[in-house]
Structures are given as C-alpha cells and as structure tokens.
Write a protein that binds this ligand. Structure first.
Ligand code: MN
Length: 247
C-alpha cells in the first residue's frame, strides 16, 4: 500500500513525523508537506507563481505552497504511481465544526478525495500537544481498517482525537460537525510606524455541541470520526428558491 502524507503545520512538525513513522509500518509512505505553518490555508491553490519541491534530510519533501498545493502536485506528477490513501496530520489542534471550512489539514485530505482517493485527516484536539502518541495509535487503527475493509465509495474522514493517554480514551464515535459561536473579536494594535494592524482573533467556543457532534464526542474523551462530503449545494432550498425566482 502506498500512502501519501501531508499536513498544514509544516514538514518539520512533530505530528507529521509521528504519523509518517507509524504509517510506515503499514505501507510505503511519501511525505509532501508545506515548508512552513500554513494552518488556516483551507483549499487554496497557488496559481500566481511556480512552486519548488525540496527534500529534507529525513526524506520528507517540502513545498513553498499550501497543503492543497502539496497534495495536488503529488497527485499530478510528483508521486508515481498514485497513492492508495492520502493521510493528513496529525494536526496540532482540533479541527471540528466550522474549523473544517478553514482547515488546511482537512483541505489536504479533501484534495486527495477530489482525485478519487480515500483520504483521512487526523487532528489532536489540544492546545498543549501532550499525547500525539494517542493520535498516532488511532491513525494506525483507522488506516488498517480502511485498507482491510474499504468503504464502498471513496471516503473523506475527519478524525479528532482527545489529548489523553491511549488507555484513557473512551472509545470511538461517528459524529456530525457541530457549530461554533462567531469568532472572537479581531485584535487591534499599533505598528511601529503608527498604522493600525489587525490580527484575526481566536475561533469561537462550541455552540452546537450536543450529543452526536464532534465537539461532544471529544469533550467526552472519545475519538470523533466525521464522514465529509464536498457538495455545498443546499438541496432543501432549491424548491423554495425556484418559487422565489418565479415571483
Ligand atoms: Mn495546523
């Protein structure tokens, strides 16, 4: 089995090193990841300049672009033959609810899925990053399942792992995305040259976080696994919209 590994924290991050090492026991791993932290890059492609791919001492390849660039380049010429699986992470920090819209971790997996390859994003739901090992063990378990018993249709899974020792995990749960409150206010500051600068604030706290959501699962100490799709069409609004346009 060939596994393409990427992330959005950068090729030097502890999460991707651990992921590549653990998955190396299951197949042939190729790492193509951003040269710096591109968290929050979402699904952006770099189209206004050419990109370079360099090889680090440990064999990881790094790109001066986004997570989506990395997987796109890998799947359109850099990595041959194509991988059987694209795995992204392990992100330092949760990617739950609305985070998935902004996440480069999820975007890297989504790019694989767009190419018809089963893809999985792993995130450690944590601000301190104590138990990456737990997420590494969860990744091995889920990737093994994905290869032994593939789902009928290619899947795009968003996995969030609580930051607890493996023995303290409360199980695994299939969830839907919750929702957050609106983001914290932007932080304003004055630059040394007297201009006002704006620093995007933190994500909001969980709002729709009841049973069945990713937030609820992780807060209860369980691994959250959300199957994602890409179709953004709001199907229930199509009929009312037709009527509205006919008026
Ligand atoms: Mn990140």
């Amino acid at each position: 089995m060939r596994i393409l590994v990427s992330n959005d924290d950068g090729y030097f991050s502890p999460g991707i090193a651990l992921l590549a090492e653990r998955l190396g026991a299951l197949g042939e791993v190729t790492v193509v990841a951003p040269e710096r932290d591109r968290s929050g890059a979402s699904n952006s492609l770099t189209l206004d300049r050419p990109l370079t791919v360099r090889r680090a001492a440990n064999g990881f390849r790094y790109v001066n672009g986004t997570p989506t660039d990395c997987v796109h380049i890998a799947l359109t010429g850099l990595v041959d033959p194509a991988p059987d699986l694209v795995v992204s992470g392990i992100n330092f920090g949760a990617n739950m609810g609305d985070d998935t819209i902004y996440s480069g971790t999820v975007a890297a997996a989504m790019e694989g899925f767009l190419f018809g390859i089963p893809s999985i994003a792993f995130s450690l739901a944590s601000k301190t990053g104590r138990n990456f090992e737990t997420a590494g063990a969860v990744a091995v378990d889920i990737v093994k399942r994905a290869t032994r018993h593939p789902l009928e249709r290619p899947m795009l899974l968003n996995v969030n792992v609580p930051d607890v020792p493996l023995a303290a995990l409360g199980g695994i749960e299939v969830t839907r995305l919750g929702r957050r409150h609106k983001a914290e206010p932007v932080v304003q500051m004055e630059t040394p040259r007297g201009e006002t600068a704006y620093w995007i604030g933190a994500a909001g706290d969980a709002q729709d976080a009841g049973p069945g959501t990713d937030f609820h699962s992780v807060a209860a100490g369980r691994v959250s696994v959300t199957p994602l799709q890409i179709d953004l069409s709001f199907h229930p609004q199509m009929a009312p919209l037709r009527e509205w346009l006919a008026k």
